[in-house]
Design a protein around this ligand. Structure first.
Ligand code: DGJ
Length: 728
């Protein structure tokens, strides 16, 4: 093959042409990782190497990125396996073949440490182009990958599948999968672990606008062994998409694993002539030493490069839902705000029940959704009196919305029945007696924006919006889209949702948004693009929660995971509940008027403790030790970025006959420094220090990491929180 001229960046923002020869590699590297491609003589793009930059480990990923259809002849007899490939299209003449040939590539340094590779490909026969994008974040060792299809045909094409990420891998050495359910009957609490075997393994969510009943759109792959915290090579991949997703794995007869990650399209989106379509982004990282380092890389990437205000400390909140349900009113909220402020809570959140009037008042879940006017009986002064009280108390205020949804019993439904998704001539399917609006419709998008914006503009003191979504797209037909464009529904809905979120976050940059979707249904990067936290589950039993937030922490940082202290579950002392919630963004969800003084006292101490260590948890490095699913003494520790402070959290979940001794592991300290050890979060009146009497008051980081923290647990569901502070 002769020399081809391609573009390769050498200075920030500029692409300069360099000579490209047959055996050269197209490379993108981070501090520790590398991805390399090559182009064959026939101009076919291949993935050549994905692994550690120092060459100490190379993953089994590699092979053709765009399998030919009709198939090329691999060994001269064309008898090899047929691959699904990363793209499916339907051309106007019915042709679905894809013969992708390399054209050129360019690397641009978008800003220091962030490089963006674009590889241009083109179909051999038709003017259909594909761009493969790979962006590398050097300092955090994270890549983003996505694809764009450009339709130069002069006629529309259909695009039922456009994966964000696709690869082959040699599966002769076993490949293991770990994945997580979102939140369906407690299933998010334990990891689902399997070895990939012959045939297809498909992780699909089909909810449309969320993934409440499906897997969270993120997986961990272990190469040669089941993913482990500190050992063995692994890869974490997470999709920046909150709707239906599809993670497909197939090991074929030649022991090659074919993996495709992307949107689970319910139909066939159209790409008009001259237009292009982009897949969502898939974010991935690798590690030669287990998923702990991989998770920490993703946490840093999310906080430094992805989340809006990724390093803004999340506030300690109290939410009205679990304590009050729909029974909220001005007087009740002001009283609970007062109690909350006294406990040290920084943000009070008024959940569902504040809106709708008359027969459509939101006094049950059958009515009111869509009528975003204050209930004049419950809030006669709208939020005027509440805001005045918040001002006096020095507490921030937040409010609940569910803008994508509607109840049939609402004014909105009477005014705009055409704004609701519904199959023509068919009855509605309802979920929690509600339906999803036709978010593909720009008029609906404007309505959603206005509903939230009106309240935030009138009350600029509001610091937080909980954005709920309690129904799937169950009536998957958009009255707005033309019949022949129904295949665009999911993309158009998601575009609409994101457009509204982007506009709101741009206009109200001081407001933190929380992605809820009934708990767990939006535990993903797609929702977190414009949200600051997410709500993991309505099952707030601390034991279940411990496992769920543990799982989510594999790919999301602690400052995005809200964790509420409540009354759910039996046999738990408030200290245990607080220690569980300390692992993430701690808050409460109680009716303070119904709590016992002991419960409130323990929470007061817990909240004060959390504020003292919050920056370590929310912004530091997280080291998970034994998982609650695997061990009766799960534990983890956090270390501040400057390694001057650490927090150890340890739990006793098994039964204890008398006293259980446990040495809680510690990682990530500076081995040379001396650290003082102090037990924290001991409620007044709790006379049982968990740190064992013989524990050294201070020693070097090296010694703490070798010895662990000696703990004594005297009951089931006991727990300990221990602060390590550098003294020199
Ligand atoms: C479901 C959420 O998960 C709850 O926290 C609460 O906000 C309710 N919706 C309100 O209807």
């Amino acid at each position: 093959m002769g020399k081809r001229w391609v573009y390769c960046a050498v200075i920030v923002g500029m692409a300069l042409p360099v000579a490209w020869g047959a055996n050269e590699r197209i490379k993108l590297e981070t501090a520790n990782l590398r991805v390399e491609y090559a182009v064959t003589k026939a101009n076919v793009l291949e993935l050549k190497a994905v692994g550690l930059r120092d060459g100490s480990w190379t993953s089994p990923l590699g092979g053709r990125l765009f399998p030919f259809e009709p198939a090329a002849e691999p060994a001269g007899n064309n008898n090899g396996p047929r691959y699904a490939g990363p793209i499916e299209w339907r051309l106007p003449n019915g042709d679905r073949a894809i013969e992708m040939v390399y054209q050129s590539h360019a690397v641009k340094e978008e800003r220091p440490g962030v490089r963006h590779l674009v590889i241009q490909l083109r179909d051999k026969v038709y003017p259909l182009e594909v761009e493969l994008h790979l962006r590398a974040y050097a300092e955090v060792d994270v890549f983003e990958q996505w694809q764009v299809v450009k339709n130069g045909l002069g006629q529309p094409i259909r695009l039922p599948r456009l994966d964000a990420m696709y690869w082959h891998a040699d599966a002769k050495t076993p490949i293991f999968l770990e994945w997580y359910a979102s939140d369906q009957k407690d299933t998010a609490g334990y990891p689902i672990r399997e070895q990939l075997g012959r045939g297809t393994r498909l992780l699909e969510s089909r909810d449309g606008n969320r993934h409440k009943h499906g897997p969270v759109p993120a997986v961990v792959l272990g190469f040669g062994q089941q993913p482990h915290e500190t050992e063995g090579p692994c890869m974490i991949a997470a999709l920046d998409w909150t709707g239906s997703s599809r993670f497909g794995f197939e090991i074929n007869s030649t022991q090659i694993l074919e993996t495709g990650i992307g949107v689970n399209q319910p139909g066939q989106p159209v790409v008009e002539a001259g237009q292009s379509a982009a897949s969502p982004v898939c974010v991935f990282t690798l590690s030669g030493k287990g998923k702990g380092p991989a998770s920490r890389r993703l946490h840093d990437w999310a906080r430094n490069h992805f989340l809006a205000n990724g390093k803004r400390l999340r506030l300690v909140d109290n939410n009205s839902w679990e304590g009050c349900g729909l029974k909220v009113s001005e007087d009740a909220i002001i009283q609970m705000m007062k109690d909350s402020a006294e406990l040290g809570i920084e943000l009070y959140v008024l959940d569902d029940g504040w809106f709708g009037n008359g027969k459509e008042a939101r006094v049950n879940t059958r009515s009111g959704l869509g009528d975003w006017q204050f209930n004049s009986q419950r809030f006669p002064h709208e939020l005027d009196a509440v805001m005045k009280a918040a001002d006096q108390l020095g507490i921030e205020f937040g409010i609940w919305f569910e803008p994508e949804m509607i109840n049939e019993n609402s004014q909105l439904f009477k005014q705009h029945p055409e704004w609701v998704m519904r199959h023509p001539n068919r009855a509605f399917s309802k979920q929690r007696t509600q339906m999803a609006l036709d978010v593909a419709n720009p008029a609906v998008q404007k309505f959603m924006f206005d509903a939230v914006d009106r309240v935030l503009t009138k009350y600029p003191r509001i610091r937080f919006v909980k954005w709920d979504a309690n129904s799937n797209i169950n009536n998957g037909y958009s009255p707005y889209l033309a019949p022949e464009r129904q295949g665009d529904l999911l993309n158009a809905y998601m575009d609409g949702y994101l457009k509204v979120m982007r506009a709101l976050t741009e206009k109200h940059p001081n407001v933190d948004f929380q992605a809820c979707a009934a708990g767990g249904g939006r535990a993903d990067l797609g929702a977190l693009r414009y949200s600051h936290t997410f709500w993991p589950s309505d099952d707030t039993d601390p034991l279940y929660w411990l496992g769920a937030q543990w799982n989510f922490s594999n790919f999301l940082p602690a400052n995005t995971i809200t964790s509420h202290v409540t009354h759910k579950g039996k046999g738990f002392e408030p200290k245990f509940r607080v220690d569980v919630s300390m692992m993430a963004q701690l808050g409460m969800e109680v009716d303070t008027r119904k709590c016992t003084p002991d419960y409130l006292d323990a929470c007061r101490v817990g909240i004060a403790t959390y504020k003292q260590v919050r920056d370590i948890v929310q912004l530091g490095d997280q080291y998970r030790h034994a998982h609650p699913f695997d061990s009766a003494t799960p534990s983890m520790n956090y270390v501040s970025k400057d390694q001057t402070r650490g927090l150890v959290l340890a739990y006793q979940t098994g039964s204890v006959a008398k006293t259980a001794e446990f040495s809680a592991p510690v990682s990530g300290l500076d081995p040379e420094r001396m650290y003082r050890c102090t037990e924290v979060n001991l409620p007044e009146g709790d006379k049982r220090p968990r740190v064992a009497a013989g524990c050294k008051p201070s020693q070097s980081g090296k010694a703490w990491m070798e010895d662990g923290i000696p703990l004594q647990f005297t009951r089931q569901f006991d727990s300990a929180a221990v602060l390590l502070e550098a003294v020199r």
